[in-house]
Design a protein around this ligand. Structure first.
Ligand code: BES
Ligand code: MN
Ligand code: ZN
Length: 485
Protein backbone atom coordinates (compact mmCIF):
# COMPACT_ATOMS: atom_id res chain seq x y z
CA UNK A 1 0.00 0.00 0.00
CA UNK A 2 1.06 3.56 -0.70
CA UNK A 3 2.53 5.24 2.33
CA UNK A 4 0.34 7.94 3.80
CA UNK A 5 1.82 9.74 6.78
CA UNK A 6 1.63 12.85 8.87
CA UNK A 7 4.56 15.20 9.17
CA UNK A 8 6.83 17.38 7.13
CA UNK A 9 8.37 16.36 3.82
CA UNK A 10 11.75 14.72 4.19
CA UNK A 11 14.50 17.27 3.90
CA UNK A 12 11.94 20.07 4.17
CA UNK A 13 12.14 20.46 0.39
CA UNK A 14 10.32 18.41 -2.21
CA UNK A 15 12.20 15.88 -4.21
CA UNK A 16 12.54 16.34 -7.94
CA UNK A 17 9.00 15.07 -8.52
CA UNK A 18 7.41 16.75 -5.54
CA UNK A 19 3.77 17.72 -5.87
CA UNK A 20 2.06 20.12 -3.52
CA UNK A 21 -1.69 19.78 -3.06
CA UNK A 22 -4.01 22.47 -1.83
CA UNK A 23 -7.51 21.30 -0.92
CA UNK A 24 -10.23 23.66 -2.02
CA UNK A 25 -13.36 24.09 0.03
CA UNK A 26 -14.48 27.48 1.26
CA UNK A 27 -11.03 28.81 2.15
CA UNK A 28 -7.66 27.81 0.90
CA UNK A 29 -5.33 26.76 3.71
CA UNK A 30 -2.32 28.84 4.67
CA UNK A 31 0.67 28.09 2.50
CA UNK A 32 3.24 25.69 3.86
CA UNK A 33 6.09 27.65 5.42
CA UNK A 34 8.68 25.95 3.23
CA UNK A 35 6.71 26.36 0.01
CA UNK A 36 9.06 28.49 -1.97
CA UNK A 37 8.86 30.69 -3.78
CA UNK A 38 6.65 32.54 -1.34
CA UNK A 39 4.42 33.84 -4.12
CA UNK A 40 3.04 30.33 -4.61
CA UNK A 41 0.30 31.03 -2.11
CA UNK A 42 -0.88 34.16 -3.84
CA UNK A 43 -0.76 32.41 -7.21
CA UNK A 44 -2.73 29.49 -5.87
CA UNK A 45 -5.44 31.73 -4.48
CA UNK A 46 -5.69 33.73 -7.68
CA UNK A 47 -5.84 30.56 -9.77
CA UNK A 48 -8.46 28.93 -7.53
CA UNK A 49 -10.70 31.93 -8.02
CA UNK A 50 -10.55 31.39 -11.78
CA UNK A 51 -11.23 27.65 -11.86
CA UNK A 52 -14.88 26.79 -12.36
CA UNK A 53 -16.26 24.79 -9.50
CA UNK A 54 -12.78 24.31 -8.00
CA UNK A 55 -14.27 22.93 -4.78
CA UNK A 56 -16.25 20.10 -6.37
CA UNK A 57 -15.23 16.88 -4.60
CA UNK A 58 -12.45 15.19 -6.53
CA UNK A 59 -12.00 18.04 -9.03
CA UNK A 60 -8.30 18.45 -9.83
CA UNK A 61 -6.82 21.60 -11.33
CA UNK A 62 -3.12 22.01 -12.08
CA UNK A 63 -1.52 25.41 -11.64
CA UNK A 64 -0.54 26.31 -15.20
CA UNK A 65 2.78 27.96 -14.34
CA UNK A 66 5.63 25.46 -14.10
CA UNK A 67 7.43 25.73 -10.81
CA UNK A 68 10.83 24.43 -9.88
CA UNK A 69 9.97 23.60 -6.29
CA UNK A 70 7.47 22.18 -5.86
CA UNK A 71 7.42 20.83 -9.41
CA UNK A 72 3.65 20.86 -9.56
CA UNK A 73 0.85 22.45 -7.58
CA UNK A 74 -2.56 20.80 -7.68
CA UNK A 75 -5.80 22.16 -6.36
CA UNK A 76 -8.15 19.41 -5.31
CA UNK A 77 -11.79 19.99 -4.46
CA UNK A 78 -13.03 18.59 -1.14
CA UNK A 79 -16.63 19.79 -1.39
CA UNK A 80 -18.10 20.50 2.01
CA UNK A 81 -14.87 19.32 3.63
CA UNK A 82 -16.63 16.31 5.14
CA UNK A 83 -15.34 12.77 5.06
CA UNK A 84 -17.10 12.05 1.81
CA UNK A 85 -15.59 15.08 0.08
CA UNK A 86 -12.14 14.19 1.35
CA UNK A 87 -12.54 10.58 0.19
CA UNK A 88 -13.18 11.78 -3.33
CA UNK A 89 -10.24 14.15 -3.08
CA UNK A 90 -7.98 11.32 -1.90
CA UNK A 91 -8.96 9.13 -4.83
CA UNK A 92 -8.39 12.00 -7.25
CA UNK A 93 -4.91 12.64 -5.83
CA UNK A 94 -4.01 8.96 -6.17
CA UNK A 95 -4.97 9.09 -9.83
CA UNK A 96 -3.52 12.51 -10.66
CA UNK A 97 -0.13 12.25 -9.02
CA UNK A 98 1.41 9.13 -10.53
CA UNK A 99 4.99 8.40 -9.53
CA UNK A 100 5.13 11.42 -7.30
CA UNK A 101 5.82 12.26 -3.72
CA UNK A 102 2.88 14.39 -2.73
CA UNK A 103 2.57 16.83 0.12
CA UNK A 104 -0.83 18.08 1.13
CA UNK A 105 -1.35 21.29 3.01
CA UNK A 106 -4.38 20.66 5.24
CA UNK A 107 -6.76 23.43 6.29
CA UNK A 108 -6.82 24.65 9.88
CA UNK A 109 -9.99 22.67 10.66
CA UNK A 110 -8.55 19.39 9.34
CA UNK A 111 -10.28 16.68 11.35
CA UNK A 112 -9.92 12.95 12.00
CA UNK A 113 -12.89 12.37 9.69
CA UNK A 114 -11.18 14.36 6.95
CA UNK A 115 -7.97 12.37 7.29
CA UNK A 116 -9.89 9.10 7.34
CA UNK A 117 -11.71 10.06 4.16
CA UNK A 118 -8.54 11.28 2.46
CA UNK A 119 -6.53 8.16 3.26
CA UNK A 120 -9.35 5.76 2.35
CA UNK A 121 -9.75 7.63 -0.91
CA UNK A 122 -6.06 7.28 -1.76
CA UNK A 123 -5.97 3.55 -1.00
CA UNK A 124 -9.27 2.77 -2.70
CA UNK A 125 -8.60 5.04 -5.65
CA UNK A 126 -5.30 3.37 -6.50
CA UNK A 127 -6.90 -0.08 -6.68
CA UNK A 128 -6.80 -1.95 -9.93
CA UNK A 129 -7.46 -5.57 -10.89
CA UNK A 130 -6.04 -7.17 -13.97
CA UNK A 131 -4.59 -10.54 -14.81
CA UNK A 132 -1.56 -10.44 -17.07
CA UNK A 133 1.64 -12.41 -17.07
CA UNK A 134 3.71 -9.28 -16.97
CA UNK A 135 1.60 -7.11 -14.75
CA UNK A 136 -0.66 -8.40 -12.02
CA UNK A 137 -2.60 -5.18 -11.50
CA UNK A 138 -2.89 -1.70 -12.83
CA UNK A 139 -2.44 -0.11 -9.42
CA UNK A 140 -1.37 3.50 -9.66
CA UNK A 141 1.96 4.17 -8.05
CA UNK A 142 1.68 7.34 -6.12
CA UNK A 143 4.86 7.04 -4.10
CA UNK A 144 3.95 8.72 -0.88
CA UNK A 145 1.44 11.17 0.50
CA UNK A 146 2.60 13.39 3.32
CA UNK A 147 -0.11 15.30 5.12
CA UNK A 148 1.57 18.37 6.53
CA UNK A 149 -0.01 18.18 9.94
CA UNK A 150 1.46 17.55 13.36
CA UNK A 151 0.86 13.96 14.36
CA UNK A 152 -1.57 13.40 17.24
CA UNK A 153 -2.88 10.14 18.70
CA UNK A 154 -6.33 10.95 17.28
CA UNK A 155 -5.05 11.54 13.76
CA UNK A 156 -2.81 8.46 13.91
CA UNK A 157 -5.79 6.38 14.97
CA UNK A 158 -7.93 7.76 12.14
CA UNK A 159 -5.16 6.87 9.69
CA UNK A 160 -4.90 3.35 11.07
CA UNK A 161 -8.67 2.84 10.85
CA UNK A 162 -8.63 4.05 7.26
CA UNK A 163 -5.75 1.69 6.45
CA UNK A 164 -7.53 -1.36 7.90
CA UNK A 165 -10.84 -0.55 6.25
CA UNK A 166 -9.33 0.20 2.82
CA UNK A 167 -7.13 -2.88 2.91
CA UNK A 168 -10.15 -5.07 3.62
CA UNK A 169 -12.29 -3.40 0.97
CA UNK A 170 -9.54 -4.12 -1.54
CA UNK A 171 -9.42 -7.73 -0.31
CA UNK A 172 -13.18 -8.01 -0.93
CA UNK A 173 -12.67 -6.50 -4.39
CA UNK A 174 -9.96 -9.04 -5.20
CA UNK A 175 -12.18 -11.93 -4.15
CA UNK A 176 -15.11 -10.68 -6.20
CA UNK A 177 -13.09 -9.74 -9.29
CA UNK A 178 -11.40 -13.15 -9.46
CA UNK A 179 -12.77 -15.25 -12.34
CA UNK A 180 -14.78 -18.31 -11.43
CA UNK A 181 -12.44 -20.79 -13.11
CA UNK A 182 -10.23 -20.06 -10.11
CA UNK A 183 -12.89 -19.04 -7.62
CA UNK A 184 -14.44 -22.25 -6.30
CA UNK A 185 -16.10 -22.48 -2.87
CA UNK A 186 -12.98 -24.16 -1.47
CA UNK A 187 -10.74 -21.50 -3.04
CA UNK A 188 -12.74 -18.80 -1.28
CA UNK A 189 -12.26 -20.59 2.04
CA UNK A 190 -8.51 -20.88 1.37
CA UNK A 191 -8.22 -17.16 0.66
CA UNK A 192 -9.60 -16.42 4.10
CA UNK A 193 -7.75 -19.24 5.89
CA UNK A 194 -4.46 -18.30 4.25
CA UNK A 195 -4.48 -14.83 5.76
CA UNK A 196 -2.76 -13.73 8.88
CA UNK A 197 -5.91 -13.65 11.02
CA UNK A 198 -6.42 -11.02 13.76
CA UNK A 199 -6.51 -12.11 17.42
CA UNK A 200 -9.84 -13.52 18.56
CA UNK A 201 -10.75 -14.91 15.13
CA UNK A 202 -11.37 -18.57 14.39
CA UNK A 203 -12.73 -20.40 11.35
CA UNK A 204 -14.99 -23.41 10.94
CA UNK A 205 -15.52 -24.93 7.51
CA UNK A 206 -18.26 -27.38 6.64
CA UNK A 207 -17.71 -29.60 3.61
CA UNK A 208 -20.52 -31.41 1.75
CA UNK A 209 -20.48 -34.46 4.05
CA UNK A 210 -20.93 -32.28 7.12
CA UNK A 211 -23.55 -30.15 5.40
CA UNK A 212 -25.51 -33.33 4.66
CA UNK A 213 -25.14 -34.66 8.18
CA UNK A 214 -26.49 -31.44 9.69
CA UNK A 215 -29.27 -30.91 7.17
CA UNK A 216 -28.15 -27.92 5.11
CA UNK A 217 -30.41 -28.95 2.23
CA UNK A 218 -30.51 -25.55 0.54
CA UNK A 219 -26.75 -25.19 0.17
CA UNK A 220 -26.44 -28.80 -1.02
CA UNK A 221 -29.24 -28.42 -3.58
CA UNK A 222 -27.80 -25.23 -5.09
CA UNK A 223 -24.25 -26.59 -5.08
CA UNK A 224 -25.23 -30.05 -6.28
CA UNK A 225 -24.81 -29.40 -9.99
CA UNK A 226 -21.18 -28.40 -9.69
CA UNK A 227 -18.16 -30.69 -9.61
CA UNK A 228 -16.70 -28.17 -7.18
CA UNK A 229 -18.68 -28.78 -4.03
CA UNK A 230 -20.27 -26.22 -1.69
CA UNK A 231 -18.91 -25.06 1.65
CA UNK A 232 -20.21 -23.17 4.65
CA UNK A 233 -17.56 -20.92 6.12
CA UNK A 234 -18.13 -19.67 9.66
CA UNK A 235 -15.86 -16.95 11.01
CA UNK A 236 -16.05 -16.19 14.69
CA UNK A 237 -14.63 -13.07 16.28
CA UNK A 238 -14.62 -12.71 20.05
CA UNK A 239 -13.53 -9.31 21.35
CA UNK A 240 -10.97 -8.95 24.16
CA UNK A 241 -13.76 -8.32 26.69
CA UNK A 242 -17.03 -10.25 26.69
CA UNK A 243 -20.12 -8.40 25.44
CA UNK A 244 -23.82 -9.17 25.34
CA UNK A 245 -24.05 -8.04 21.73
CA UNK A 246 -23.57 -10.86 19.22
CA UNK A 247 -23.95 -9.85 15.60
CA UNK A 248 -24.38 -12.51 12.94
CA UNK A 249 -23.57 -11.43 9.39
CA UNK A 250 -24.55 -13.69 6.51
CA UNK A 251 -23.29 -13.18 2.95
CA UNK A 252 -24.43 -14.82 -0.28
CA UNK A 253 -21.50 -16.71 -1.75
CA UNK A 254 -22.46 -17.98 -5.18
CA UNK A 255 -19.05 -18.35 -6.83
CA UNK A 256 -20.73 -18.45 -10.23
CA UNK A 257 -24.40 -18.18 -11.12
CA UNK A 258 -25.27 -19.82 -14.44
CA UNK A 259 -28.92 -19.74 -13.40
CA UNK A 260 -28.83 -23.54 -13.20
CA UNK A 261 -31.18 -25.46 -15.48
CA UNK A 262 -33.14 -22.20 -15.78
CA UNK A 263 -30.02 -20.98 -17.51
CA UNK A 264 -29.26 -17.32 -17.97
CA UNK A 265 -28.62 -15.91 -21.44
CA UNK A 266 -25.00 -15.00 -22.17
CA UNK A 267 -25.24 -11.30 -21.46
CA UNK A 268 -26.87 -11.87 -18.08
CA UNK A 269 -24.31 -14.55 -17.16
CA UNK A 270 -21.16 -12.72 -18.23
CA UNK A 271 -20.49 -11.06 -14.89
CA UNK A 272 -21.91 -13.70 -12.58
CA UNK A 273 -18.55 -14.28 -10.93
CA UNK A 274 -19.63 -11.29 -8.84
CA UNK A 275 -22.43 -13.28 -7.22
CA UNK A 276 -20.39 -13.86 -4.06
CA UNK A 277 -20.03 -10.13 -3.38
CA UNK A 278 -22.14 -10.42 -0.24
CA UNK A 279 -19.84 -13.13 1.15
CA UNK A 280 -16.78 -11.02 0.34
CA UNK A 281 -18.30 -8.04 2.13
CA UNK A 282 -19.19 -9.87 5.34
CA UNK A 283 -15.79 -11.57 5.48
CA UNK A 284 -13.95 -8.30 4.92
CA UNK A 285 -16.09 -6.38 7.41
CA UNK A 286 -15.66 -9.06 10.07
CA UNK A 287 -11.89 -9.28 9.66
CA UNK A 288 -11.60 -5.48 9.63
CA UNK A 289 -13.68 -5.22 12.81
CA UNK A 290 -11.46 -7.82 14.44
CA UNK A 291 -8.30 -6.07 13.28
CA UNK A 292 -9.65 -2.87 14.84
CA UNK A 293 -10.45 -4.82 18.04
CA UNK A 294 -14.05 -3.58 18.05
CA UNK A 295 -15.86 -4.56 21.23
CA UNK A 296 -18.60 -6.64 19.68
CA UNK A 297 -18.86 -10.38 19.12
CA UNK A 298 -19.36 -11.26 15.44
CA UNK A 299 -20.08 -14.44 13.59
CA UNK A 300 -19.90 -14.31 9.80
CA UNK A 301 -21.52 -17.07 7.77
CA UNK A 302 -20.89 -17.47 4.08
CA UNK A 303 -22.75 -20.25 2.30
CA UNK A 304 -20.60 -20.90 -0.78
CA UNK A 305 -21.83 -22.75 -3.85
CA UNK A 306 -21.55 -22.75 -7.59
CA UNK A 307 -24.95 -22.70 -9.31
CA UNK A 308 -24.07 -24.96 -12.23
CA UNK A 309 -26.06 -27.18 -14.54
CA UNK A 310 -25.29 -30.84 -15.01
CA UNK A 311 -26.77 -34.26 -14.44
CA UNK A 312 -26.72 -33.66 -10.71
CA UNK A 313 -28.35 -30.21 -10.78
CA UNK A 314 -31.39 -29.28 -8.79
CA UNK A 315 -34.47 -28.59 -10.88
CA UNK A 316 -37.76 -26.75 -10.95
CA UNK A 317 -40.51 -28.50 -9.02
CA UNK A 318 -38.02 -29.90 -6.50
CA UNK A 319 -38.69 -29.48 -2.82
CA UNK A 320 -35.65 -28.54 -0.78
CA UNK A 321 -35.53 -29.17 2.97
CA UNK A 322 -33.59 -26.46 4.74
CA UNK A 323 -31.65 -26.50 7.97
CA UNK A 324 -34.26 -26.68 10.73
CA UNK A 325 -36.95 -28.21 8.51
CA UNK A 326 -38.68 -25.46 6.51
CA UNK A 327 -39.11 -26.44 2.87
CA UNK A 328 -38.83 -24.55 -0.41
CA UNK A 329 -40.59 -25.42 -3.62
CA UNK A 330 -38.25 -24.60 -6.47
CA UNK A 331 -39.86 -22.36 -9.06
CA UNK A 332 -36.59 -21.19 -10.53
CA UNK A 333 -33.10 -22.57 -10.16
CA UNK A 334 -31.97 -19.00 -10.83
CA UNK A 335 -33.41 -17.82 -7.51
CA UNK A 336 -30.59 -19.64 -5.73
CA UNK A 337 -29.17 -16.95 -3.46
CA UNK A 338 -32.11 -16.90 -1.06
CA UNK A 339 -32.04 -20.70 -0.92
CA UNK A 340 -28.48 -20.80 0.44
CA UNK A 341 -29.06 -17.79 2.71
CA UNK A 342 -32.14 -19.53 4.14
CA UNK A 343 -30.03 -22.39 5.53
CA UNK A 344 -27.55 -19.98 7.09
CA UNK A 345 -30.30 -17.86 8.65
CA UNK A 346 -32.06 -20.88 10.12
CA UNK A 347 -28.77 -22.20 11.49
CA UNK A 348 -27.88 -18.83 13.02
CA UNK A 349 -31.25 -18.51 14.73
CA UNK A 350 -31.25 -22.04 16.10
CA UNK A 351 -27.57 -22.36 17.11
CA UNK A 352 -25.80 -19.02 17.49
CA UNK A 353 -28.03 -16.95 19.80
CA UNK A 354 -27.49 -13.72 17.89
CA UNK A 355 -28.69 -10.39 19.20
CA UNK A 356 -28.89 -9.03 15.65
CA UNK A 357 -28.95 -10.82 12.32
CA UNK A 358 -28.09 -9.27 8.95
CA UNK A 359 -27.91 -10.96 5.58
CA UNK A 360 -26.42 -9.37 2.48
CA UNK A 361 -26.18 -10.46 -1.09
CA UNK A 362 -26.61 -9.90 -4.80
CA UNK A 363 -30.14 -11.24 -4.80
CA UNK A 364 -32.21 -9.60 -7.50
CA UNK A 365 -31.98 -7.58 -10.67
CA UNK A 366 -35.25 -6.06 -9.47
CA UNK A 367 -33.51 -4.12 -6.70
CA UNK A 368 -31.48 -2.30 -9.36
CA UNK A 369 -34.58 -1.58 -11.40
CA UNK A 370 -36.13 -0.06 -8.28
CA UNK A 371 -33.21 1.93 -6.89
CA UNK A 372 -30.64 2.40 -9.63
CA UNK A 373 -27.04 1.40 -9.93
CA UNK A 374 -25.46 2.68 -6.71
CA UNK A 375 -28.09 2.11 -4.02
CA UNK A 376 -28.72 -1.07 -2.06
CA UNK A 377 -32.18 -2.12 -0.86
CA UNK A 378 -32.57 -2.43 2.89
CA UNK A 379 -35.38 -4.42 4.49
CA UNK A 380 -36.12 -4.63 8.20
CA UNK A 381 -39.11 -4.61 10.51
CA UNK A 382 -36.97 -2.98 13.15
CA UNK A 383 -37.02 0.82 12.75
CA UNK A 384 -34.11 1.34 15.09
CA UNK A 385 -31.92 -1.17 13.30
CA UNK A 386 -32.90 0.21 9.90
CA UNK A 387 -32.11 3.74 11.05
CA UNK A 388 -28.75 2.70 12.50
CA UNK A 389 -27.78 1.00 9.23
CA UNK A 390 -28.94 3.97 7.18
CA UNK A 391 -26.98 6.38 9.39
CA UNK A 392 -23.89 4.19 9.12
CA UNK A 393 -24.19 4.09 5.35
CA UNK A 394 -24.45 7.86 5.13
CA UNK A 395 -21.36 8.33 7.29
CA UNK A 396 -19.58 5.73 5.18
CA UNK A 397 -20.51 7.35 1.88
CA UNK A 398 -22.48 4.32 0.71
CA UNK A 399 -26.12 4.42 -0.25
CA UNK A 400 -28.99 2.29 1.07
CA UNK A 401 -32.71 2.87 0.77
CA UNK A 402 -35.33 1.19 2.88
CA UNK A 403 -37.98 -0.84 1.08
CA UNK A 404 -41.15 -2.34 2.53
CA UNK A 405 -41.69 -5.93 3.64
CA UNK A 406 -45.12 -5.67 2.09
CA UNK A 407 -47.22 -8.44 3.64
CA UNK A 408 -49.75 -8.43 0.82
CA UNK A 409 -47.26 -10.45 -1.25
CA UNK A 410 -46.95 -13.24 1.30
CA UNK A 411 -49.62 -15.22 -0.54
CA UNK A 412 -47.31 -15.38 -3.56
CA UNK A 413 -44.40 -16.46 -1.37
CA UNK A 414 -46.47 -19.38 -0.07
CA UNK A 415 -46.09 -22.57 -2.12
CA UNK A 416 -48.33 -25.38 -3.27
CA UNK A 417 -46.74 -28.53 -1.83
CA UNK A 418 -44.00 -27.01 0.34
CA UNK A 419 -43.72 -24.08 2.74
CA UNK A 420 -42.28 -21.41 0.46
CA UNK A 421 -41.88 -20.52 -3.20
CA UNK A 422 -38.29 -19.56 -4.00
CA UNK A 423 -39.26 -17.41 -6.99
CA UNK A 424 -42.53 -15.68 -6.21
CA UNK A 425 -41.97 -13.04 -8.87
CA UNK A 426 -42.64 -9.32 -8.81
CA UNK A 427 -42.01 -7.15 -6.93
CA UNK A 428 -38.82 -9.17 -7.02
CA UNK A 429 -36.68 -7.58 -4.34
CA UNK A 430 -39.61 -7.56 -1.92
CA UNK A 431 -40.67 -11.17 -2.45
CA UNK A 432 -37.05 -12.27 -1.91
CA UNK A 433 -36.98 -10.36 1.37
CA UNK A 434 -40.32 -11.83 2.47
CA UNK A 435 -39.04 -15.32 1.72
CA UNK A 436 -35.89 -14.72 3.81
CA UNK A 437 -37.88 -13.25 6.69
CA UNK A 438 -39.49 -16.65 7.23
CA UNK A 439 -36.07 -18.10 8.05
CA UNK A 440 -35.34 -15.42 10.62
CA UNK A 441 -38.31 -16.96 12.48
CA UNK A 442 -38.52 -15.69 16.06
CA UNK A 443 -35.73 -13.24 15.30
CA UNK A 444 -37.53 -11.49 12.47
CA UNK A 445 -37.77 -8.26 14.48
CA UNK A 446 -33.99 -8.16 14.96
CA UNK A 447 -33.12 -9.00 11.38
CA UNK A 448 -32.23 -6.96 8.31
CA UNK A 449 -31.73 -7.96 4.70
CA UNK A 450 -29.66 -5.94 2.26
CA UNK A 451 -29.91 -6.57 -1.48
CA UNK A 452 -26.66 -5.17 -2.86
CA UNK A 453 -27.00 -6.45 -6.44
CA UNK A 454 -26.49 -3.02 -7.94
CA UNK A 455 -23.77 -1.26 -5.93
CA UNK A 456 -21.53 -4.32 -5.50
CA UNK A 457 -20.27 -3.80 -9.03
CA UNK A 458 -19.46 -0.70 -11.04
CA UNK A 459 -19.38 -0.40 -14.80
CA UNK A 460 -17.08 2.59 -14.61
CA UNK A 461 -14.29 4.24 -12.69
CA UNK A 462 -15.56 6.97 -10.41
CA UNK A 463 -13.06 8.19 -7.84
CA UNK A 464 -12.71 5.68 -5.02
CA UNK A 465 -15.12 3.35 -6.84
CA UNK A 466 -13.13 1.45 -9.44
CA UNK A 467 -14.51 -0.47 -12.41
CA UNK A 468 -15.56 -3.96 -11.34
CA UNK A 469 -16.07 -5.12 -7.77
CA UNK A 470 -16.60 -2.25 -5.35
CA UNK A 471 -16.42 -3.98 -1.96
CA UNK A 472 -19.71 -2.25 -1.22
CA UNK A 473 -20.97 -2.54 2.34
CA UNK A 474 -17.69 -3.03 4.18
CA UNK A 475 -17.59 0.60 5.27
CA UNK A 476 -21.27 0.64 6.29
CA UNK A 477 -20.92 -2.53 8.34
CA UNK A 478 -17.70 -1.45 10.05
CA UNK A 479 -19.31 1.91 10.99
CA UNK A 480 -22.38 0.25 12.31
CA UNK A 481 -20.34 -2.30 14.27
CA UNK A 482 -18.13 0.39 15.75
CA UNK A 483 -21.22 2.24 17.02
CA UNK A 484 -22.45 -0.98 18.64
CA UNK A 485 -19.20 -1.57 20.48
N1 BES B 1 -27.48 -13.28 -8.94
C1 BES B 1 -28.78 -12.98 -9.47
C2 BES B 1 -29.17 -11.52 -9.26
C3 BES B 1 -28.35 -10.48 -9.93
C4 BES B 1 -28.68 -10.04 -11.20
C5 BES B 1 -27.30 -9.88 -9.27
C6 BES B 1 -27.92 -9.05 -11.80
C7 BES B 1 -26.55 -8.90 -9.87
C8 BES B 1 -26.87 -8.49 -11.13
C9 BES B 1 -29.83 -13.84 -8.80
O1 BES B 1 -29.43 -15.10 -8.42
C10 BES B 1 -30.93 -14.02 -9.78
O2 BES B 1 -30.70 -14.66 -10.77
N2 BES B 1 -32.09 -13.44 -9.49
C11 BES B 1 -33.23 -13.54 -10.31
C12 BES B 1 -34.40 -13.91 -9.45
C13 BES B 1 -35.59 -14.46 -10.18
C14 BES B 1 -35.25 -15.77 -10.87
C15 BES B 1 -36.73 -14.67 -9.18
C16 BES B 1 -33.45 -12.19 -11.00
O3 BES B 1 -33.12 -11.15 -10.42
O4 BES B 1 -33.91 -12.21 -12.14
MN1 MN C 1 -29.57 -16.56 -9.95
ZN1 ZN D 1 -27.43 -15.30 -7.99
Amino acid sequence: MISVRLGTPLGAQHGPVGVLVYPVSADLPEPAPWSSPAEVAAEVAAFAAEVDDAGRPGRVATLPRPLRDPSRVLLVGVGAGDERGWRKAGAAIARAARDAVVSLQPPADFSEAALRGLAEGVWLGQYGFRIRDDKPGEAVKLQELVVLAAASPELERALETARVVAEHINFARDLTNTPSLTKTPSWFVEQVGGRDLPPGVSLTVREPAELAEEGFGGILAVGGGSARGPRLLEISYRPPTETAEHVVLIGKGITFDTGGIDIKPNDAMQLMRKDMGGAATVVAATLAAARLSLGVRITALTPLAENMLSGSSWRSGDVVRHYGGLTSEVHSTDAEGRVVLADALAYAVSKLEPSVLIDLGTLTGASRVALGKTTAALFSENDELAKALQDASIAAGESVWRMPLADEYMKEVAAEIADLNNAAGNPGAITAALYLREFAGPMRDRWAHIDMSAPSWSGENDGDVRKGATGWGVRTLVRWLSHLS
